[in-house]
Design a protein around this ligand. Structure first.
Ligand SMILES: [Zn+2]
Length: 212
């Protein structure tokens, strides 16, 4: 009876270890397009990052610049009079960012754009996710088709505060939540869970671009 018990405790021990991992995506400069066997290729780095483990920049949905404070009062598409939205609202019916409001298309060009909700869902459901560190930064190694990207747990910016670095990731999609023009869809994660989650459009998150 002793032997099986011993092997069980060894397995549990091993699962608690966080593996330091190297991510190789090609010669610098980044950004490389990584083929994970999905409908789009994924960038090796976040927007504004110089390496896969860099957090990069935090953007509110549909904005092109980072801000010291991210809140409704200074959100680009917020009507402070009515509290509604000046674009992507129930009048225009638009729930997907157009090219000129997509920071990946504007900053990177060359076919890069923000991922849609469906593309993020595909990344979440069809790849292997392993919690690792890269150069000491925690996050997920996401693998498919023999290739991998690394998504650092970069946290998010609410008003002036960047929170949950090293414990949580929240990556912005180009898609609004179907039931509410005030909410954008994100792919979120912690060490234990991966999930699709809605965020207020004025909150700022990291962005991992895609291309065909
Ligand atoms: Zn790269």
């Amino acid at each position: 009876m002793l032997a099986p018990l011993l092997s069980i405790s060894l397995v549990a021990c091993h699962q608690d270890e966080i593996v330091e991992t190297e991510i190789t995506c090609g010669q610098e400069p980044h950004t490389h397009a990584v083929d994970l066997g999905l409908s789009v290729k994924w960038a090796c780095c976040n927007i504004g990052a110089n390496s896969p483990e860099d957090y990069g920049n935090y953007y509110a949905w549909g904005e092109l610049e980072t801000k010291e404070s991210c809140e409704w009062a200074n959100y680009k598409w917020h009507d402070n009079g009515t509290g509604g939205m000046t674009k992507y609202n129930d009048e225009d019916g638009m729930k997907e960012l157009t090219a000129e409001d997509d920071v990946a298309q504007v900053k990177l060009g060359e076919g890069w754009r923000m991922p849609t909700q469906a593309e993020m869902q595909e990344l979440k459901d069809r790849c292997k996710w392993e919690w690792v560190t890269v150069n000491g930064v925690p996050g997920y190694k996401v693998s498919g088709n023999g290739n991998s990207i690394f998504l650092p747990a970069a946290g998010s910016q609410y008003v002036k505060q960047i929170t949950s670095q090293e414990t949580q990731g929240c990556y912005l999609s180009s898609t609004l939540y179907s039931e509410d023009y005030g909410l954008a869809v994100c792919l979120g994660f912690t060490q234990k869970h991966r999930y699709m989650i809605n965020s207020e459009r004025c909150d700022a998150h990291t962005i991992r671009p895609v291309k065909k």
